[in-house]
Write a protein that binds this ligand. Structure first.
Ligand SMILES: [Zn+2]
Length: 256
């Protein structure tokens, strides 16, 4: 449970009511499309769910930044070697329709320390879509990743960084605890650009590394260059989900 503080009686009553309602009705509302597994048992935590924070930076005293990779289009074997050799706790936000039959590569990355997170089934821009459509994109990819890796991601990145309140509701209902954007992004020219704030890397920054364009240096090469810049600033690569979890527990997260 995210916040272990004593729940007032009304919260307990509400929890019971929600659980009862979940048992009594809408049995057909949560189909489990692809993997044929049984529906999850009711979760006896945090009902009704609060909306997940949207973050592009994690307050921390540790001299760390977080490297995040999107979509899953670029499957560079040397990148797997780099993650293994440098013990990089990177986060891979995967889109099913982009990864396609390429999940084996990401299993190898996961085996050497990368984490696998959710970036929707089909990479649609979610903002403005009805709840059912947004939920299908997020929960559908949760099911895919669970069937592929046996995990339920806690982090979600909306395609193009575009979202609305419905996105946050859908994400929460799919088990997501934080929606992850980025403060810095690595451009095709190898330079970092910033969405807001100071134009230099700071501890706690979330860095997006987009897929490379045709003819650009490989993912491993771009990451090595980025690692040099990170080291020059006295920083290293941290594990995003660990620091986010600490931030959630301490109530420290900046909400965008
Ligand atoms: Zn994307």
């Amino acid at each position: 449970m995210r916040r272990p503080a004593a729940a007032p009686p009304c919260a307990v009553a509400l929890l019971c009511a929600v659980l009862l309602a979940g048992c009594a009705g809408t049995a057909g509302e949560r189909p489990d499309p692809a993997d044929g597994r049984a529906q999850d048992p009711p979760r006896a935590v945090s009902a009704p769910r609060s909306l997940p924070p949207v973050v592009d930076h994690v307050p921390t005293r540790d001299p760390v930044v977080f490297l995040t990779y999107d979509d899953g289009a670029e499957r560079d074997p040397r990148f797997v070697g780099l993650v293994r050799e440098r013990r990089l706790p990177v986060s891979m936000f995967l889109t099913d329709s982009v990864v396609g039959p390429g999940y084996g590569h990401f299993a190898r990355l996961r085996a050497v320390g990368a984490s696998i997170q959710n970036h929707t089934l089909d990479h649609r821009a979610l903002r403005g879509l009805p709840y059912a459509g947004q939920r299908a994109e997020v929960c559908g990819q949760q099911h895919k990743l669970r069937s592929r890796f046996g995990i339920t991601p806690r982090l979600f990145r909306p395609p193009y960084g575009t979202y609305d309140r419905t996105t946050l509701r859908a994400a929460a209902d799919c088990g997501i605890t934080a929606v992850v954007l980025w403060r810095a992004s690595l451009g095709a020219d190898g330079e970092l650009t910033y969405t807001r704030g100071e134009p230099r890397l700071r501890a706690g920054d979330i860095v997006s590394v987009p897929s490379g364009e045709t003819g650009s240096p490989s993912l491993a090469e771009r990451t090595e260059r980025l690692l040099r810049e990170i080291a020059e600033r006295g920083l290293r690569v941290g594990r995003l989900e660990d620091h986010l979890e600490d931030g959630l527990q301490d109530g420290l997260l900046d909400r965008l």
